[in-house]
Design a protein around this ligand. Structure first.
Ligand code: HEC
Ligand code: HEC
Ligand code: HEC
Ligand code: HEC
Ligand code: HEC
Length: 257
């Protein structure tokens, strides 16, 4: 009996808050609009545009780094009282032109900065060094010190891609939490093909292939060098087996469109 009071009040509060939240959202939505088609919803951060702009920046290389032991730095940052409020951005897109100069197989990597700081509770785990320059930020971005790999004057510093991979995946492995598989951090840059393909109804198989090759010429060339394509047959692995295969694509051109 004693408990019902707060429960009922709690329920009323919930109903009230729920009602207030729904009100404007319903008013704003166009009720007559057709339902959107079922598509995979890709989450977009509210600060996506700012994050994109930031990702495109390249800052000057920091030559001189403060010589400080790991624990000393950790303690110093703790004494300074550095915390999540000192993070200038809570979300990053990592997509540096330094890396893109040589490779760009994937879209930007999303990095939840504030969430990471909240979970790990230690800025120094990632921000492991600072520049000697007094006026520099305590928690400088990685790309100020890690840029191209194999720099003559700084052989001890990893290139930016390796620095990210080693630190990000290293910690995920150590904490047994966070992705270590490629797709956990990288989405492939694959556009929707619905409006890319231009074919008449009931096309011939060869027409489909040439339509794909219009854009995927290198994939077509790779295919021509593959064992699948060059296989002469009969396969040594199938000789004397029940399903012995006599034919090879390079000799008998079945399925060869
Ligand atoms: C914990 C997250 C994480 C995981 C897991 C991860 N990567 Fe990365 N990777 C990154 C980050 C961050 C960058 C740097 C992005 C930038 O600034 O361009 C990067 C960059 C790259 C790049 C260069 C940029 C590009 O678009 O081509 C390649 C290639 C790459 N990763 C391949 C892989 C492969 C292969 C795997 C799996 C073996 C993998 N990564 C796993 C975070 C990750
Ligand atoms: C899990 C790793 C990680 C943790 C923990 C972390 N950060 Fe970061 N932080 C990063 C990465 C990666 C970047 C760089 C992104 C880039 O290069 O654009 C960054 C960038 C920053 C920047 C911007 C630097 C610049 O030059 O513009 C600030 C400020 C910052 N962090 C503060 C903090 C503070 C304060 C904490 C602790 C409360 C913290 N970070 C914890 C990984 C981390
Ligand atoms: C102020 C310069 C500076 C900044 C900023 C910096 N690093 Fe480093 N980093 C270094 C130096 C110097 C080394 C080489 C240390 C040594 O002599 O072993 C290093 C080494 C590394 C290594 C090799 C293993 C290790 O821990 O020594 C990794 C991985 C790494 N950095 C990742 C990062 C990442 C990720 C960031 C951003 C969150 C970052 N670094 C920011 C200077 C910096
Ligand atoms: C000091 C340890 C540590 C480092 C360094 C670290 N992570 Fe993580 N990461 C975690 C932990 C712990 C989680 C799990 C958080 C959770 O879901 O509670 C995680 C989760 C993630 C996730 C899963 C989805 C999400 O955002 O919650 C992604 C993606 C990710 N990390 C990317 C990165 C990238 C990219 C870097 C390097 C720039 C990085 N992490 C560096 C500890 C780390
Ligand atoms: C108008 C151009 C265009 C046409 C036509 C086209 N594609 Fe693509 N396709 C792209 C682009 C751009 C990408 C993304 C970049 C990349 O991975 O090469 C892509 C990516 C892909 C990928 C992902 C590749 C990967 O590495 O993950 C597959 C699979 C694919 N296409 C299959 C096809 C097939 C099958 C056809 C023919 C029915 C086709 N595409 C026709 C432009 C096209």
């Amino acid at each position: 009996m004693i408990r019902t009071g707060p429960v009922i009040i709690g329920f009323m509060m919930f109903a009230l808050v729920g009602f207030c939240w729904c009100g404007p959202a319903l008013a704003a939505a166009d009720v007559t609009a057709p339902k959107p088609s079922v598509e995979k919803v890709v989450w977009t951060a509210p600060d996506q545009e700012a994050a994109k702009k930031r990702a495109a920046q390249v800052v000057p290389f920091v030559e001189a780094v403060m010589d400080e032991c790991r624990l000393c730095r950790q303690q110093r940052l703790r004494d300074m009282g550095l915390n999540v409020k000192d993070q200038t951005e809570s979300y990053y897109l990592l997509n540096s032109p330094i890396i893109r100069k040589t490779e760009d197989h994937y879209g930007p990597v999303r990095f939840m900065h504030a969430k990471h700081a909240g979970v790990t509770k230690d800025c120094a785990l990632c921000h492991h060094y600072r520049p000697v320059d007094d006026t520099a930020m305590e928690t400088t971005r990685c790309s100020a010190c890690h840029q191209k790999p194999f720099q003559k004057d700084h052989p001890e510093r990893l290139g930016l891609k390796a620095a990210y991979h080693q630190q990000c995946m290293g910690c995920h492995k150590e904490m047994n939490n966070g992705p270590i598989d490629c797709a956990g951090c990288h989405r492939k840059n694959v556009p929707d093909h619905k409006d890319k393909i231009n074919l008449a109804a009931n096309p011939e198989p060869s027409q489909v292939t040439s339509e794909c090759l219009r854009c995927h010429k290198p994939a077509g060339e790779d295919m021509l060098k593959s064992a699948h394509w060059l296989w002469k047959g009969p396969s040594p692995y199938t000789l004397k087996h029940r399903k012995e295969v006599e034919l090879g694509k390079a000799t008998i051109a079945t399925n060869n469109f």
